[in-house]
Ligand binder design. Structure first.
Ligand code: URA
Length: 434
C-alpha cells in the first residue's frame, strides 16, 4: 500500500477500507509520511468527506495510536462529559462536583485553551497550587476516594490526532465533520469512560456556526459511539452569546462557585443541570430525566456540590480560599466599565468577539506556550434580552495592562447588537441526540 494511492482514491471520491485507514493512521503516528502527503490527504477528505463507517474506523485507529486508559478499577459506570468549546464555558467546574455529589464517579481529563476559547485546566489554576498532572494510579485513587478527579491529558493519548490536528490547523482542514468527530471521540474513547455526554455548541462562539451543522456533528459522534460500543448522548446547545457572564479564568471560577452556592447566571445553571441529568441517566443513578434533574438541583440546594468542590480542590492540593472568600482573589489592576452607542434590547452578543476581548487582555493563548493572566477578563452586565438605556454599562473589563484596554473595548462594542424590539427567547438546548 502507498500513501499516494490513498490520496488518489479519496481525491476521486471513493470509500476507503478499514485496512487503508489503519495504514494511514499508523504511518502518521510513526512519522512515515511527509507532511505534504498527509495534508493532501486531509484536503481530499475535506472535499470528498468520509461516510459513517470510515469515520468510525478513523476514530478507532486514532484511539489505538497511543495509550488506552483503563478505568476498570473505579467502581460504577464512569461517565465523561465533553464540550466542543466555547466562550465562558465553565460547565465542568460546576457540573463535575454536582455529579460527584450524587455519588457518580467523575474521572475527567481536560485540556488547556487555545485562541478565543478557554480550557478547564487553565481555569482550575485559579485555585492556587492545584495539581492537574498526576499518574493514572493517583487519578484512579482520587476518584475512588472522593468520586472526582480532574487531570490534564497525558502526552500519549491519541498521538495520531495530535499530529493531524497540528496539520489541519495550518492547512484549512479543521472544520470537517468527520475530522472533528474522530479527533474528539478518539481522545474521549482512549480516556476510558463507559459513557459520554457531549455538549455540541453552535453559534458565534463555536466551531459550528449553524444549528444544522452542529446537529450533523452531534449525530456523527453519537454514531461513532454506537459503532464502538460506548453510549453517547449529545446535547446541541446555543453559543450565540457567551455562557454565563464571566469570561476569563479566575472570573469564570468565581462564577462557577457562585452557581454552586445557589446564585449565578440562570443560563449556566440550566445547562449544568441538563448535562448533569444526562450523566446521571447514563450512570443509571435514576431512570427518569425529571428525577435526574431534581437530583442535580438538590446537589446545589443541600450544599453537597459546593462541599464536593472544596474536597476536590483540597484532594488535588489546591488552595480553597476563593471558595469561602471570593473577594480575596488577586483582582486585576484596572477595572473599566464599557458602554455602547444607543439604547435598546440586546438581541445578540457575538461570543467570539467577547472571547477576543478577553484574549487581548491576556486571558487566553495566541500560541501554544503563551503565558496566561488568570485575573483578567470581561464580565457581562447585559445579556441577550436585557434592555440597555443610553450610557448604561454593558460589560466590565478586568485588565492588568492598560494599553490593552482600547482594543478590548472595540471587541466588546462590536459584539453587542441592540434593537428596538425584544428578541425571541431561545431554548439553550436545541436538540438531544442519542
Ligand atoms: N476539538 C478537538 O479536539 N478536535 C477538533 O478537531 C476540534 C475540536
Amino acid at each position: 500500500m502507498r500513501m499516494l494511492d490513498l490520496i488518489y482514491k479519496k481525491r476521486n471520491g471513493y470509500e476507503l477500507t478499514k485496512d487503508e485507514i489503519n495504514f494511514f493512521v499508523k504511518g502518521v503516528t510513526d512519522d512515515e509520511f511527509p507532511d505534504y502527503q498527509v495534508s493532501a490527504f486531509l484536503m481530499a477528505v475535506y472535499f470528498q468527506k468520509m461516510n459513517e463507517r470510515e469515520t468510525a474506523d478513523l476514530t478507532e485507529a486514532m484511539m489505538h495510536s497511543g495509550d488506552i486508559i483503563s478505568l476498570k478499577n473505579i467502581d460504577g459506570i464512569k461517565v465523561d462529559k465533553h464540550s466542543t468549546g466555547g466562550v465562558g464555558d465553565k460547565t465542568t467546574i460546576v457540573l463535575a462536583p454536582m455529579v460527584a455529589a450524587c455519588d457518580v464517579p467523575v474521572a475527567k481529563m481536560s485540556g488547556r485553551g487555545l485562541g478565543h476559547t478557554g480550557g478547564t485546566i487553565d481555569k482550575l489554576e485559579a485555585f492556587k497550587n492545584l495539581e492537574t498532572e498526576m499518574s493514572i494510579e493517583a487519578f484512579i485513587n482520587r476518584v475512588n476516594d472522593i468520586k472526582l478527579a480532574v487531570a490534564g491529558q497525558t502526552a500519549n493519548l491519541a498521538p495520531a490526532d495530535k499530529k493531524l490536528y497540528a496539520l489541519r490547523d495550518v492547512t484549512g482542514t479543521v472544520d470537517n465533520i468527520s475530522l472533528i468527530a474522530s479527533s474528539i471521540m478518539s481522545k474521549k474513547l482512549a480516556s476510558g469512560a463507559d459513557a459520554i455526554v457531549l455538549d455540541v455548541k453552535y453559534g458565534s462562539g463555536a466551531f459550528m456556526k449553524s444549528l444544522e451543522e452542529a446537529k450533523k456533528l452531534a449525530e456523527s459522534m453519537v454514531s461513532i459511539g454506537k459503532k464502538l460500543d460506548r453510549q453517547v448522548v449529545a446535547l446541541v446547545t446555543d453559543m450565540d452569546q457567551p455562557l454565563g457572564c464571566s469570561v476569563g479564568n479566575t472570573l469564570e471560577v468565581l462564577e462557577a462557585i457562585d452557581v454552586l452556592k445557589g446564585n449565578g447566571p440562570e443560563d449556566l445553571k440550566y445547562l449544568c443541570i441538563e448535562l448533569g441529568a444526562q450523566m446521571l441517566l447514563l450512570a443509571e443513578k435514576t431512570d427518569s430525566l425529571a428525577s435526574a434533574r431534581e437530583l442535580m438541583q438538590e446537589s446545589i440546594s443541600n450544599g453537597k456540590a459546593l462541599a464536593k468542590l472544596k474536597e476536590f480542590v483540597q484532594e488535588q492540593n489546591g488552595d480553597t480560599q476563593i471558595i469561602d472568600h471570593p473577594d480575596a482573589y488577586d483582582q486585576a489592576h484596572f477595572i473599566r466599565e464599557v458602554t455602547v452607542d444607543g439604547e435598546g434590547y440586546v438581541v445578540a452578543i457575538n461570543a467570539e468577539n467577547i472571547g477576543k476581548a478577553a484574549l487581548v487582555l491576556g486571558a487566553g493563548r495566541t500560541q501554544k506556550d503563551s503565558i496566561i493572566d488568570l485575573s483578567v477578563g470581561v464580565v457581562l452586565k447585559k445579556k441577550r434580552g436585557d434592555f440597555v438605556t443610553r450610557g448604561e454599562t454593558v460589560a466590565v473589563i478586568h485588565a492588568n495592562v492598560e494599553d490593552a484596554i482600547p482594543e478590548a473595548i472595540d471587541w466588546i462594542e462590536k459584539a453587542y447588537s441592540l434593537r428596538e424590539n425584544a428578541p425571541e427567547s431561545i431554548d439553550m438546548v436545541q436538540a438531544v441526540i442519542k
